[in-house]
Design a protein around this ligand. Sequence first.
Ligand code: NAG
Ligand code: NAG
Ligand code: NAG
Ligand code: NAG
Ligand code: NAG
Ligand code: NAG
Length: 566
Amino acid sequence: MLLAFALSCLAILNSTTAKRVIQWSFVQNGTSGIIPVELITISPTLMLMYDRADGNPLLLPNGQRAWAALWNIETQTATPLLTQTDAFCAGGAFISNGTLVSVGGQPHDSGASPGDGLMGIRLFGPCASSTGAGCTVFEDQANIHLKALRWYPTGLRLPDGSVMIIGGSNANTFYNNATTAVNSIEFFPSKEDTVRPSQFLLDAQPVNMFPRSVVLPSGHVFIAANNISMLYDVDSNTELARLPEIPNGVRITNPFDGSLELLPLIPPLYEPTVLVCGGSAADDRRPTSNLTNLDPTTNQCSRMTLTPAGIARGWQVELMPDRRILAESVLLPNGDVIFINGGHTGYSGYPSVSNSNVTGSNAANPAMRPILYRTSLSRNRITQDGLPSSNIPRMYHSVASMTGKGNIMVAGSNPNRLVTPPGTVAFPTEYRVEYLNPDFITNNSPRPVIHRAPTQLLFNQRVTMKVTIPPSLWLGTIRVSLMDLGYVTHAQHANSRLVVLEHTLVGNTLIITGPPNANIFPPAPAWLFLVADGVWSEGLQLMVGDGGNPPRPASAQGIKIPTNSI
Ligand SMILES: *[C@@H]1O[C@H](CO)[C@@H](O)[C@H](O)[C@H]1NC(C)=O
Ligand SMILES: *[C@@H]1O[C@H](CO)[C@@H](O)[C@H](O)[C@H]1NC(C)=O
Ligand SMILES: *[C@@H]1O[C@H](CO)[C@@H](O)[C@H](O)[C@H]1NC(C)=O
Ligand SMILES: *[C@@H]1O[C@H](CO)[C@@H](O)[C@H](O)[C@H]1NC(C)=O
Ligand SMILES: *[C@@H]1O[C@H](CO)[C@@H](O)[C@H](O)[C@H]1NC(C)=O
Ligand SMILES: *[C@@H]1O[C@H](CO)[C@@H](O)[C@H](O)[C@H]1NC(C)=O
């Protein structure tokens, strides 16, 4: 019976996707003032950007160059934020009390402010102001800091609402090696006195920075790095299983970045499937000097369902129409994924490979036209139908994120060691901000609207809200998507997640049920989108869980459900 239900859902979703091809368009508007090396959607109007203080035009009130800022998507302006430590190439996550945590970063850059970011922990928000006025980054390095030096770490929010901090390097490097690699795990808030060494990360050297990581419905953590993957149990600190290697030698972590997404979790089974597209199949034993920025990348997408049957089938390969590295993946409220930015050839990182002194970049041949992965189809999932080309190359240190309004903010690019103006290199520092808009935003056509909704959603809680669905939209396909829009940096959208909520719609009354438990959606601020006939509402921000400080006790983590997730 469960299977029949799942199949009928799939049939409905198929017809949705087949019905509407969204026509997307780029609009350029405003300049970011700093390079958004990290981009995080924090409110209906604001995006937080982290960079380093190195020649950015945006100035703090005291005249110093800004290395963090809030971007307002309504006014297209950046407001500088003061930080004490350098968040360049940090990782992070929202935690259960609504605070955005940023971890790690780079060492002293200039000798002056900002300070060494390698052990930095930065706490932002919750920020109630729609303009960001009064919202600050809190740091207390003497008392709140990492246990290890970490540049390029991943921050993953766990079911208890705390953040697991995975891997990284302790110095600027192309390949992570025995001296630079930080092959360990720790937590914020801390769970113990020491870090947890990771054999898996050691085995994934030298291509193991920003390990791609996902919390599964079982509560276990899936981690992929280089071309290997594994299943980790946080409570017992054990690697439960080494999972299949990504086929055909494709490697997906920095500096060979592909982008990995957890595809939508759909009731009643919430079967987890991960998808990773792009990266490189170069032999990672080739020395840096033997690599060039014209080396082919991969056109491979690899997809695996993390159930016993899915693992037995292994990674399923699908091919993109072209090869890509450094693509950003953006999960859409309808469950599809857009891959955008990056290059067709080369690698991540600052100029270090052959030929990079000529173009000023480890990657070349920018990928100007995004790709759409239509998740709900059973084949021919990859298309570029409806997707335009940008005219702005977005290489290393560029980003893209879904906003609360339901469009995609695209910004950044600086594959150079320092801020580099146009005219001197192929890919100068890029401050122009673009939005990739779906046709219903471009045309301002009627969209579903969520009214009078709650600000909090407990696990398994039923909540009633008023909605309007324009008569022009077919009511046969309604989806309620609960999303974490991720902490975006370096083709890694950590914590990006979409959980389809069970719902009943009667007239204008929508009754939704919160995710059953914290394994399905680790507690934190989230976005609710109502999708009708392929058109999504603006997002509604709410707190999932009780909003308490991490770690949340088991009693605040919802109900157990049967799951076939490994
Ligand atoms: C750019 O943003 C400003 C401020 O929101 C707005 O007035 C203007 O219409 C926008 N321009 C374009 C081309 O969208
Ligand atoms: C590791 O990488 C660093 C930075 O690139 C380099 O200085 C060092 O020599 C390398 N060490 C080893 C053991 O290869
Ligand atoms: C993964 O990488 C290792 C080390 O380079 C290589 O020996 C192995 O064959 C690769 N696995 C696959 C499935 O390509
Ligand atoms: C890389 O090494 C191979 C094998 O030695 C060689 O043929 C090739 O020319 C080298 N490429 C570069 C860019 O150094
Ligand atoms: C780039 O580096 C190569 C090898 O070191 C050198 O031969 C070449 O002249 C350099 N090109 C430029 C534009 O600096
Ligand atoms: C959220 O929790 C963290 C970790 O315990 C704590 O440092 C921070 O102060 C809390 N934030 C708020 C707003 O209470």
